[in-house]
Design a protein around this ligand. Structure first.
Ligand code: ADP
Ligand code: MG
Length: 696
């Protein structure tokens, strides 16, 4: 099934095929990301108006939307042009007014003749002590009472789209839902008490009360699950395709790993040992490894990666470690070189900076297999880079890459095992959305002996005090980072801020003590600045967020972050993770521009209260929503229309295991349920998945 099934054609036809929608309206709908009738199905009401008939407006808490039966009284046309047209009406217990603007001629005399009875529904408010209903939403004869929905769904709107239009359009789309077989595991449907898809989607658009609008309402929960399940099917299919490609088993002897382990000044944590075992087992298996190593900042991912790289070498092959920045690549080289020497392994670096003869020499050494482990930036995956026998690719700080880029990596012909590492402790539901196609190892244990980082909030008004404190710390031989604000999105303005701060701090603290590093510096200067700080020659390093990921200088024990309120929580956590790595007590000063908003303060307080990256990420997700947290666009996490990742994490977990189970029982999706699931994938616009079925 490589083209859309016919039963879905009406749902994927143009919007203009729906009655009452012309080209103009269709354009307005695009604002709501509604392109086809199908999208209307998943645009659900977020609220509802109770329009049940009541006796009187008398005892209601105004303003409120009310529905009452009235007797039409006297009409009062406007006395001046543009004035209000008023009609006195009488319900069971009191009188009030209907008010209209722009009344024309005797229109209202004909519509609502004095003495007639009507049911009116609309917002009633007090104006000069008189209750009035301005432009009722409904004013119908008593025999037409059924025209007024007892509970009217309220939809998200945009310019040019009214509630009435939305209501009509969604009904029209619902009428196009074809008969479909069940794609969810029958046991799950039964356990959760979910209605069939067609029933669920109708119910979700026709709530009978506020309860029906909650996430847990069976109809809504089912639709959320359908979305998550379709997404997890895509990831599961990607995983299946990856796993089907035979890898070459790389059997580690343990000889090199043992040597390195013995030379370390510390013992691996339990979590590290577990991760090494999992990775080594994956590498020894026939299937290709596609594993994620997740661990909070400072959890010690690098040494796990190195053990894996050694396994590749032990098996007679090569390994590559790719870092997101030049700084990190150099740091890995420096940190790993002594370990490589212990093991007698040849380690080299390759970045965009390598040019000419030197680069050529490295490339030939790689092609001959003389370089066994290569570290570098994404330059290591350029076409001209040819390995003799590449068996393992490690991608560090993966959160900068999305699902798509990762699939890309596979397509570029990296035929090796893949291990990606992320330091962003993202909540489980997001991890599943983003990395559901991978197997996961978690470093949930920090190396022992880490001192807690004291985190304080200080207003920028106390700049001088902060500088005094730094001066004292520097005199004590300690080292500090000073991170400059994200002024705007543009690097240039970040840069200006960092340079200005650098000059000012240098003037106060002294020439030679203060260093500067930012993304736009010429590479050699950047290295020199980092190296000087690492050697302790400079004691205060002014930086932009280039130091965010991975930088490791154990002697640095103070982190100042200027305009902390402008950063994301996860990012602040990353930055703070640059200190607290050595034996000295560390602190983090979050400088904010007063006054802080309540939420602004709450966010920063979360950091003050915990160092648990997962807790911080959960809070961040709650406070900011999915999109912002990881930047949906780059992260490859889809925007779900119905599902709420933050509150429905449990459903995501079920969806993942259900999807994997279905595929292992029915890899080609040929069974009844398999076929139904294909239809779901079409319905959910999972084109990537469809392509994968076709390939597989
Ligand atoms: P991250 O997970 O953030 O990449 P790193 O791999 O940079 O963390 O490790 C942070 C620091 O912890 C490094 O200085 C490393 O040498 C040290 N380290 C790693 N594992 C252990 C351990 N088991 N015991 C003590 N220190 C460790
Ligand atoms: Mg790291």
């Amino acid at each position: 099934m490589s083209s859309r099934p016919e039963s879905l054609f009406p749902l994927f036809a143009s919007l203009e095929t729906l009655e009452g929608i012309g080209p103009k309206t269709a354009q307005h709908f695009a604002q709501l990301h509604v392109q086809a009738p199908r999208d209307l199905l998943f645009t659900l009401p977020y609220s509802g108006i109770d329009r049940r008939l009541r006796k009187s407006v008398k005892d209601a808490q105004l303003p409120d939307t009310l529905t009452v039966a009235v007797k039409i009284g006297r009409h009062y046309p406007p006395r001046s042009k543009g004035g209000a047209y008023r009609i006195h009406v009488e319900d069971d217990e009191t009188t009030f007014q209907l008010v209209f603007f722009h009344a024309r001629g005797d229109f209202w005399q004909r519509q609502l003749p004095e003495g007639s009875r009507r049911i009116v529904s609309g917002r009633v408010e007090l104006f000069d002590g008189i209750a009035q209903m301005v432009h009722p939403d409904f004013a119908v004869a008593e025999e037409e009472a059924s025209e007024i929905p007892p509970f009217e769904p309220v939809y998200p709107l945009t310019h040019g789209i009214t509630q009435k239009l939305m209501y009509k359009a969604t009904r029209a789309a619902l009428a196009r839902v074809p008969a479909m077989d069940e794609w969810i595991d029958p046991g799950q449907v039964k356990k959760a008490g979910w209605p069939a898809f067609s029933v669920a989607v109708s119910q979700a658009h026709a709530p009978a009360s506020l309860n029906d609008l909650s996430l847990d309402a069976p109809a809504r929960a089912r639709l959320a699950y359908d979305e998550l399940f379709a997404h997890q099917m895509t990831l599961a299919l990607a995983r299946q395709v990856e796993r089907r490609k035979k890898g070459r088993p790389s059997r580690a002897t343990g000889a090199l790993q043992d040597k390195v382990r013995a030379s370390l000044s510390y013992a691996l944590t339990g979590a590290q040992r577990r991760a090494v075992t999992q990775v080594t087992a994956d590498m020894a298996a026939d299937q290709r490894m596609n594993r994620l190593l997740q661990g909070d900042v400072g959890a010690g991912k690098t040494v796990v990666a190195f053990m894996a790289l050694l396994a590749a070498v032990e098996a007679g092959g090569q390994g590559v470690l790719m870092a997101p920045t030049e700084i990190l690549a150099r740091q890995h080289l420096q940190g790993l070189q002594p370990l490589a020497e212990t093991a007698g392994v040849v380690l080299e670096i390759l970045t965009g900076r390598d040019k000419g003869a030197e680069r050529q020499a490295k490339l030939s050494a790689l092609a001959r297999g003389d370089i066994q482990v290569l570290v570098g930036t994404h330059a290591v995956f350029q076409e001209s880079v040819v390995f003799h026998d590449l068996r393992l690719a490690v991608v560090d700080e993966q959160h900068r890459f999305g699902v798509r880029q990762r699939l890309e990596l596979g397509r570029k012909g990296v035929r090796a095992d893949v291990l990606v590492m992320t330091a962003t402790p993202i909540p489980r539901s997001l991890a599943l959305a983003q990395y559901g196609d991978m197997d996961v190892s978690v470093l949930d244990e920090k190396p022992p002996g880490r001192k807690p980082i004291q985190t304080v909030l200080v207003s920028t008004e106390r700049y001088d005090q902060v500088v005094d404190r730094l001066r004292a710390a520097i005199a004590d031989g300690r080292q500090c980072y000073w991170v400059c604000p994200l002024v705007e999105e543009s690097e240039v303005s970040d840069l200006t801020a960092a340079e200005a701060r650098f000059k000012r701090l240098r003037a106060t603290l002294g020439e030679g003590v203060v260093g500067l590093v930012h993304g736009q510096m010429p590479p050699a200067e950047k290295d020199a600045a980092m190296a000087a700080f690492q050697r302790g020659e400079t004691q205060l390093l002014v930086a932009t967020t280039v130091i965010e990921v991975g930088v490791d200088v154990p002697n640095a024990s103070i982190m100042v972050i200027e305009r902390a309120e402008s950063f994301g929580l996860a990012q602040l956590h990353q930055l703070r993770g640059r200190v607290g790595r050595g034996s000295a007590a560390s602190s983090c000063l979050l400088m904010y521009q007063a006054p802080l908003t309540d939420t602004g303060r709450q966010r920063l307080e979360v950091l003050r209260e915990t160092e648990d990256g997962f807790a911080i990420a959960e809070t961040d997700l709650k406070m900011r929503g999915t999109g912002d947290l990881i930047g949906t666009a780059q992260s490859g996490v889809p925007r779900f229309r119905v599902a709420d990742l933050e509150k429905q994490a449990a459903l995501m977990t079920i969806a993942q295991s259900d999807a994997r189970k279905l595929l292992s029982d029915d890899p080609a999706l040929k069974s009844e349920r398999g076929k139904a699931t294909r239809l779901l994938l079409w319905l959910m616009r999972q084109d990537e998945a469809i392509r994968l079925i076709t390939v597989g």
